[in-house]
Write a protein that binds this ligand. Structure first.
Ligand SMILES: C[S@@+](CC[C@H](N)C(=O)[O-])C[C@H]1O[C@@H](n2cnc3c(N)ncnc32)[C@H](O)[C@@H]1O
Length: 219
């Protein structure tokens, strides 16, 4: 999927997204935000914030920035933020694969059901690492391809169909983390059927002044 298709598909869902994907993925979102373990005053980025179904779970003492590529999803999200009076939330239309934030802008970064919905997961994970402070927390909540060969074959088979709907099913966690300086510190299965994973990582990139070129772009 390219960015234009992501925008088209998710904007077409936007008004019914909460009815379809609200309750069923609720448990995972709540656990993911809790595992961010946010301290008062911390700044967190939610990548692919969608209609903002996770926003309710963040402590009011934190600053939350949500980005998404889809104007339709962001419009629903703005409505939710207004209705709930979430003054600590700001929303920006931005490509997670080419973020406009400076290096080390956030204490924690979260992506719920996003890594398999983006045009380029590699660019997104590297950007998440770049904008997260060294030692910060990164949480990925997603279905990742199963190691079981029968299930993996099925996931591969249905992936082209799912791509038409806006996500892929054949991406493994190992592929996403490969070559990055992320260390998994917690992993649990969530949601009905326990088919989705909450993966909490520590961002082990070096502080900017310790990298060779000093720009903090280490992966
Ligand atoms: C399956 S939805 C998940 C929404 C929300 N996180 C949730 O918990 O329901 C995936 C979201 O990722 C967004 N998205 C996909 N690619 C993106 C990108 N490159 N940059 C920013 N957002 C993106 C889509 O527009 C969509 O809102």
């Amino acid at each position: 999927m390219d960015a234009a298709k992501v925008e088209r598909v998710y904007s077409s869902y936007a008004k019914v997204y909460d009815q379809i994907f609200g309750k069923i993925f609720h448990d995972g979102r709540e656990h993911a935000v809790r595992h961010l373990a946010l301290a008062p005053g911390e700044r967190v980025l939610e990548v692919g914030v969608g209609t903002g179904l996770s926003l309710l779970f963040y402590p009011p003492s934190c600053e939350i920035v949500g980005i998404d590529l889809s104007d339709g999803m962001l419009a629903q999200c703005r409505e939710r933020v207004r209705e709930l009076g979430l003054k600590q939330v700001s929303l920006v239309r931005m490509d997670a694969g080419a973020m406009e934030f400076a290096d080390d802008s956030f204490d924690a970064v979260m992506a719920a059901y996003v890594m398999t919905a983006v045009p380029d997961y590699r660019k997104v994970i590297l950007e998440m690492i770049r904008v997260c402070k060294p030692g910060g927390r990164i949480i990925l909540l997603n279905h990742f391809s199963n190691g079981n060969p029968v299930i993996a074959a099925l996931e591969k088979f249905i992936s082209p169909l799912c791509k038409q709907l806006g996500w892929r099913t054949d991406l493994s966690l190992a592929t996403v983390l490969d070559g990055t300086l992320l260390t998994v510190i917690h992993k649990q299965k969530v949601n009905p059927l326990r088919f989705w994973h909450l993966v909490k990582c520590l961002n082990q990139k070096l502080p900017a002044e310790k990298t060779a070129n000093g720009n903090g772009h280490s992966s």
